[in-house]
Design a protein around this ligand. Sequence first.
Ligand code: ADE
Ligand code: ZN
Length: 347
Amino acid sequence: MKAFIHDIPKAELHIHIEGSLEPELMFEIANRNGLSLPFNSVEEVRRAYEFTNLQSFLDIYYQGLQVLRFEEDFYDLTWAYMKKARAQNVRHTEIFFDPQAHTRRGVSFETVVMGIHDALVDARQQLDVSSKLIMCFLRHLSAEDAMETLRQALPFKNWIIGVGLDSSEVGHPPEKFTQVFEKAREEGFLTVAHAGEEGPADYIWQALKKLKVSRIDHGVRCTEDPKLVEKLVAEQIPLTVCPLSNVKLRVFNSLQEHNLKQLLELGLCVTVNSDDPAYFGGYIEENFLAVQKALNLDQNHIYRLVRNSFQASFLDQREKQNLLAELESFMSKSKQRNLRRDGEGNP
Ligand code: ADE
Ligand code: ZN
């Protein structure tokens, strides 16, 4: 099962690039930028990663990303994630970034997006991993601030497939951003939103009805509303679920109590993702391994989760079909291996 999870071609649809900043790289970038960190060592940073809820994580996340100042920093951050993704057989990834977390510190939108984009182009060429970029609005800031950020993104429209919504959920309902998302859709952006992570099922309804999103990020609280579950199943609206994140941020007390298997068995289009891997103890493969063990998932569960991730991606039809064909070819080889192995065990 371990080899199967490692080898199976995957797509990741919910990863905040700033959340992939490992403490080692944080120190390296801080040193070269002449910045001092409020920690003495990598171990001390890791020890600080004990969270009680989403906000307690966000406080540290916004602090950590302050070392990122120059295009090269965003390049190195993104390149490091793409190498890791390649090593875990991620074939396609859709990456969030938080422009406002940088522009409000005086780093230009252009610096951020150029650094990330260049690394994605190199990763496509050198690592054969495809990607899309999704710009998130920080929901604890005003709708006007989000609108200004959307304006700054327009010259880079060809590099950004969609807009999303993240940061502190409770008290910042999706409807606060109805106009911004309307304008974003008019400009040709696809839309997604974090909803139903800590916030109620009603926030998922709002994201669907007011922001007209194509996917819900997290969405695990949908089970509190059977009518909502019915809609998500009927329309196969994808949920990008992040199991280790949900336990670290205490959305669930343990992985054993996570509702991922229940969601899958209800017929929802669920996917497995890492969210902020440097902070939550694992990348996509570690998420799969942990959830497989905790919920006793079989190979068919894993296959369905992975197939969902390709189907829910923003790839065009041809690229999607190519990756789905790669998955099917992997599965048939894997079945042959299983048959041979079982055969060898017989007299
Ligand atoms: N920003 C980074 N990670 C996030 C998460 N899990 N929820 C909301 N905002 C985030
Ligand atoms: Zn997230």
